[in-house]
Design a protein around this ligand. Structure first.
Ligand code: NDP
Ligand code: 8X3
Length: 254
C-alpha cells in the first residue's frame, strides 16, 4: 500500500531533498514551510515528475495554533501519515555566549525546540494510527558543543533528549523513533545563520567536501525502509573530512 511522509521545512536543503527522495520512491508527500511560492513550485514539480500526490501546507512551526490547525486540516482531508520528518530548523549567529543576540537565541528555541514539540504533538495521532515512524533531524551539534555554538547546540541536544523520550513513551504504540544527526551539510543553513553574509556562509564550507542534502536524504530514507521489527535509534553522519562537531581536516593540512 502506498505510504505518505510529512516533512517539515521542505522548501530547501535537507527537507527538500527528503521530499524528492521519498517522491522518487513512490511515496505521497506532505511538504511544509513558511514560503508558500516555493511549496507550490516543489509540489507541482514532484507531482509531475513522479506521479505522486504532494500536499503543501504553509505554516510557521513556531506558531502553535497554526501547527494544530494544519493537523486539523489534514484530518478533514482524511490524509494518513506513515512517516513524520521533523526537519524544520535553523541556526542564527555564531557568537560567544556573552555577546550573542537574545532574539537569535529565542528564535532558535522557538523553532528548533518548541516547533518540534508542536509538530510532534499535532501529528502524533496520525502516526499512532498508522503505527508509523518519527524521524527527528538532530545534528552532531546535539552530541558535542563547539565554540560559539551555545544555544544552537542546546536546541539540538534537546532534539536528542526528545527523540529518546518519544521512543520510550511511544513504544507501546509500536512507533519507531529515530534521530538523524548530520555534520556539516552545504545548504542554505549557513546563509541563514550568517544572515545573508555570503562571504561567511561560503567560508563555512571551504577547504573540505561537506555532505550534500542528498547524502542526508539517503540516510533518512534508509532509516525508514528497514524491516518492521528494526528501529534505527540514531544515525550520525559526517563527511570524510569531519570527525565530530569540532574537528575538521581541511585541504592542505598535514
Ligand atoms: P535550510 O535553511 O536549507 O532549510 C531549513 C528549512 O527549515 C527550510 O525549508 C525552512 O523553510 C524551514 N524552516 C525554518 N524555520 C521555520 C519555521 N519557523 N517554520 C517552518 N519552517 C521553517 O537548512 P538545512 O536543510 O540545512 O536544515 C534543515 C535541518 O537540518 C535543520 O533542523 C538544521 O538544524 C539541521 N541540520 C543542518 C545541518 C547543516 O550543516 N546544514 C547539519 C545538521 C543538522 P521556510 O524558510 O520556507 O519556512
Ligand atoms: C549544523 C552543523 O556544525 O554547523 O547542525 O552546527 S554545525
Amino acid at each position: 500500500m502506498k505510504k505518505t511522509v510529512l516533512i517539515t521545512g521542505a522548501t530547501s536543503g535537507i527537507g527538500k531533498a527528503c521530499a524528492q527522495k521519498f517522491a522518487a520512491n513512490n511515496f505521497d508527500v506532505i511538504i511544509t514551510g513558511r514560503r508558500e511560492p516555493l511549496l507550490t513550485g516543489i509540489s507541482a514539480e514532484l507531482e509531475e515528475k513522479y506521479s505522486i500526490t504532494c500536499t503543501a501546507l504553509c505554516f510557521d512551526v513556531q506558531d502553535k495554533a497554526a501547527v494544530f490547525s494544519a493537523a486539523e486540516e489534514l484530518g478533514k482531508m482524511n490524509l494518513k501519515i506513515d512517516i513524520l520528518i521533523n526537519n524544520a530548523g535553523l541556526a542564527l549567529g555564531r557568537d560567544a555566549f556573552d555577546k550573542a543576540d537574545l532574539d537569535d537565541w529565542q528564535t532558535m528555541i522557538d523553532t528548533n525546540l518548541s516547533g518540534l514539540l508542536y509538530t510532534s504533538r499535532a501529528f502524533i495521532p496520525f502516526i499512532i494510527q498508522s503505527k508509523g515512524h518519527i524521524i527527528n533531524i538532530g545534528s552532531v551539534a546535539g552530541r558535542e558543543v563547539y565554540e560559539n555554538g551555545n544555544v544552537y547546540c542546546a536546541t539540538k541536544f534537546a532534539v536528542d533528549a526528545l527523540t529518546r523520550s518519544m521512543r520510550i513513551d511511544l513504544l507501546k504504540y509500536g512507533i519507531k523513533v529515530t534521530s538523524v544527526n548530520p555534520g556539516a551539510v552545504e545548504t542554505a543553513f549557513s546563509e541563514v545563520r550568517f544572515k545573508g553574509d555570503n562571504i561567511k556562509a561560503e567560508a563555512a564550507y571551504k577547504g573540505y567536501t561537506p555532505l550534500s542534502q542528498e547524502d542526508v536524504a539517503e540516510s533518512v530514507f534508509w532509516c525508514s525502509t528497514q524491516p518492521p521489527h528494526v528501529c534505527i535509534n540514531d544515525l550520525s553522519l559526517t563527511c570524510l573530512q569531519q570527525a565530530n562537531a569540532q574537528v575538521f581536516f581541511k585541504d592542505g593540512e598535514q
